[in-house]
Design a protein around this ligand. Sequence first.
Ligand code: CA
Length: 487
Amino acid sequence: MFKQFNGVMLQCFEWYLPSDASLWKKLTRKAPDLAESGFTSVWLPPSYKCADGIKDTGYAVYDLYDLGEFDQKGSVPTKYGTKDEYLNLVKTLKENNIYVLADVVLNHRMGADETEEVLAIVENPQNRNEDLGTAKPISAWTKYNFPGRNNKYSDFKWNWTHFHGVDWDAKENKYSIYKFYGKNWDKLVDTENGNFDYLMGADVDMNNVDVVNELTNWGKWYINFTGVDGFRLDAVKHIRSDFFKKWLKELRDDSKKELFAVGEYWSQNIDSIINYLKNTDFSLNLFDVPLHYNFYNASISNGTFDMRKIFDNTITKLYPDKSVSFVDNHDTQPGQALSSWIAPWFKPIAYALTLLRLQGYPCVFYGDYFGIKHDNINPITSTLDIYLYIRKNLCYGTQTDYFDHPNIIGWTISGDKEHPNSGLAVILSNKDGGSKQMNVGKNLANSILYDVTNNLKETVYIDNDGNGIFYTKPGSVSVWIKKEVSI
Ligand code: CA
């Protein structure tokens, strides 16, 4: 079962991992340690063959049935390993009680085997509801025959009728957004650029019944074949929301599994995000992108960000049970298109705001837990391990917020009787140091707390009513727990 309460997800990759087909093996070796550290679920990167073969991070999907089994796109393995290594990894993770989420990219295909001549209309890139000129024949990369797989698992072949459009005319060697003649972009997608159905490659037509059947068949196959427990869904704002509502229901009914799903809706517009959640009948969760940007803005604003507003306009605040909160990911890391890397001084604060609170399901980024060699970025493993321990063992009871100062905010979690020495107090600042009186509840009355981050050496005495005065250094966070607990 997906453990929402006190659970933690690990995003198991960053963009610049070496193309050496070693990740599945490495994660298999680490599975017991990951469980021991407190991770209850993992998000694995896409497991199938992509346009750039072994060098491909996983989002330029070529063949959803080739999990590193066939000699296609220049190699048998994907960037992360072979089919058998992937199956072994999923099995090992599950044996360690870790819930496995597979990354599912359905919006587009890339690396077609052949071109086709198709009538297409150029769209205004800023307003894709506007046609520029009339339909003309283009040469589109839309024919997918998968010769290397030779019909194993599925004999479905893709052609232009299964797509809405492309962004490359191979006849003229010209880039534009080409919509195929007679096709309409799907509704119920993000409304940026007029209609944001089109993202990249050959855009899959979710309005085509053969496509929907094929993707449903594939989903059933994938769950049976790999044993994964749920999904991370890529680029959902470019896919009609009612597709996922039906797709997930059918797979859940078929597999009799819970199939927790979290979608990537990359937008800071909370209204669009909430709208999408509602249109899917809340059948999936979403990554809290607005919260990421609040963290980012706070981290680069030199103490001028009003920390009382750190959760404003976020999913975590409005729909905490539907939020997967995160600090950074493979798209926000340095060098990527959406680069918005949280400044290092703010990372321990941002992770405290996700891992040490009761709202949202936090996801830890590989680059923060294991580092990013490509950019010489060091991990903050020891801080994260402390937080993970606290989340697993001490985050129980009632949370009380003290978001009452523009720079210094804090909260307490009362602890409960079932979890010995549970409860904590967190205080942080994005500017000057300071103090705050907070009440931690009766459970911790008459006890002594210490700052487990070691940022401050003093201890805090909690009085008979549960009150204590807590301190933080400038631009820092202190996490106060019972002195009997050593981590
Ligand atoms: Ca689309």
